[in-house]
Design a protein around this ligand. Structure first.
Ligand code: ZN
Length: 197
């Protein structure tokens, strides 16, 4: 599997309940694992994430994100992810306030701010989410812990600069890379746009 110069491989897991679409689960990730040396960043858009943490960790996940809006207790889920040997991230949908994540800043390794409604590719970037990133970046810096802020949805060379300026430092690009004639060239463009921002 070509990595096109990306740092991580972001894998969207959807269960048909938390979001309408159904994608793939731990067995598929396990099959992909030997084909790439990149860290697997597994984004769980599923209703009961805590139930499946062990499965995804054993399948080869390095980073596991779950949604604050899902049914599992967030602190217990973070503990389970850490106990499984992975980095833990909390994801928030566009309608969830930045404030909701603040009680978890002492334990979380990354916050994923969705810049589209989760569940479908190819949506337009929601620039009005940038105030959340600014607020979270400030709050994360104040903890003195190293917490990444990731954006997912509608990332292009233009929107990546906006998100980087707001304080995000991890960027998920789907359609921009997979629809580009040269994926590696697109990754280079995205990286330059983010670092120049
Ligand atoms: Zn995702």
């Amino acid at each position: 599997m070509e990595d096109a110069g990306a740092d991580w491989l972001h894998i969207d897991v959807m269960d048909g309940l938390f979001v309408p679409n159904l994608t793939l689960g731990a067995p598929v990730i396990k099959c992909l694992r030997p084909s790439s040396k990149l860290p697997f960043d597994v984004h769980l858009m599923i209703e009961n994430p805590i139930r499946y943490i062990g499965d995804f960790a054993r399948a080869g996940a390095d980073i596991i994100s779950f949604h604050l809006e899902a049914k599992s207790d967030p602190r217990e889920t973070i503990d389970a992810i850490h106990a499984a040997g992975c980095r833990a991230a909390v994801a928030i949908k566009p309608n969830t306030c930045a404030r909701a994540v603040l009680p978890l800043l002492d334990v979380v390794d990354m916050i994923l701010v969705m810049t589209v409604e989760p569940g479908f590719g190819g949506q337009k970037f929601m620039a009005d989410m940038m105030h959340k990133i600014t607020r979270l970046r400030k709050a994360c810096d104040e903890t003195g812990r190293e917490i990444d802020i990731q954006v997912d949805g509608g990332i292009t060379p233009e929107t990546i600069a906006v998100a980087a300026q707001a304080g995000a430092n991890v960027f998920v690009a789907g359609s921009a890379v997979f629809s580009a004639p040269d994926a590696a060239e697109m990754v280079r463009q995205l990286r330059t746009a983010a670092s120049d921002a």
